[in-house]
Design a binder for this molecule. Sequence first.
Ligand SMILES: NC(=O)c1ccc[n+]([C@@H]2O[C@H](COP(=O)([O-])OP(=O)(O)OC[C@H]3O[C@@H](n4cnc5c(N)ncnc54)[C@H](O)[C@@H]3O)[C@@H](O)[C@H]2O)c1
Length: 391
Amino acid sequence: MATQKFSGPSPYKLPATYPKEDYIHTDYVNNVTLNHDVKPPKKPVVAAIFGLGRAGSIHLTSIINNSRIVLKYVVDDRTERFADLKKYWNFGNDVTLLASSDAQRVYNDKEVNVVFIGSPTWTHHDIVVNSIANNKDVFCEKPIAENIEDTKKCYEAAKSKGRVLFSAFNRRFDPSYRALKNRVRNGEVGHVQILKVTARDSPLPSIDYLKTSGGVFHDCLVHDFDMACWVLGELPCRVQASASALIPEVKAIDDFDTIAFLLTYPSGTVVLGDNSRYSAYGYDQRLEVFGNKGMIKVENERPYHSTQAYIGHEGVKESPIYYSFPSRFREGYKNELEHFLDVVTRGVPMEVTDYQTLAISKIATAAEESARTGKSVELDWSKDGIPANYS
Ligand SMILES: NC(=O)c1ccc[n+]([C@@H]2O[C@H](COP(=O)([O-])OP(=O)(O)OC[C@H]3O[C@@H](n4cnc5c(N)ncnc54)[C@H](O)[C@@H]3O)[C@@H](O)[C@H]2O)c1
């Protein structure tokens, strides 16, 4: 009886609200209510995808499941897999599989208006430039090219043709990281004093992949640098990095597998990062911001998040964290694709801009220089055309 007085009005009389953090419910509500604001009726884009390895397979899965895209070409050099690919994905005659030596067919096909690139980094520049020259919008895996000069050429080509060139920094589209960024930008932690980012890869990539990856700073740490600058809306004035190769095969190709870095920002914020090519316990991805008003963290996510612990004589055992990027960033990959389609079909402003991508490439180059020379590198942005409002 003592609590009856708190019962309040019938729930039928209460406004039907739900927490906006439940982005999956929002998606569901949009689908149930046929919300044309989020999915205005538009003709599907006609697409080609280059490269069906680790990254390309993630994008292919999203493309096939997306009603806003009609897939017309798949380009890959492992032609011996084509028969299996056709069978597995149930491709009809409307999907053509080509080796890269026949890629001109894609460029010449006027019906194709978007190109997805998931092929190795060293192939990006040519595919981007050829696609753009033939009036196609491009979704390209990071990094856009092997070096800053080629990346600039890609963006200049896109600008001169008025085409979209999207750099797939998928972590920005992860719901948890995005929520952290929005909360930081709303001032919840005040002025950020320290941002900590941890990114430890799993599983260990093959040595063949690492040989042509462009090195760990351009292949992996670009994500960490982008996270930091995107959250803070600022670019660092000093970069320091220390790195070693503890895995003999990584040392043999003159790359690094164990990296710590420090970025110092003009506003006084300091960013601490640690990155590894190999994490034995899963894909360890964490982010923490600490400011004068508080602290926000994104911890590792787990597939069985509702079954948190097994308790036994040995103590408490939690379920494992996600094993690798396709599972941890599944939502991010889907969201970045939707964003790209919004940019291409609805003119929504692109979130990953040319100057941001170039700035991240410049930070990666400086960090590698710091790791190799043992010196800190000062960065001058005065000639880079960076708007005051970085992100
Ligand atoms: N954003 C991310 O989370 C993420 C994750 C992994 C890789 N990547 C990026 O994706 C790209 C590919 O990496 P990966 O790990 O998928 O490589 P991968 O080696 O697993 O796959 C590359 C595929 O491209 C094919 N290929 C080679 N040359 C080609 C060409 N000229 N045209 C078309 N296909 C060609 C290969 O046959 C192979 O199937 C790299 O740029 C990498 O940096 C991004």
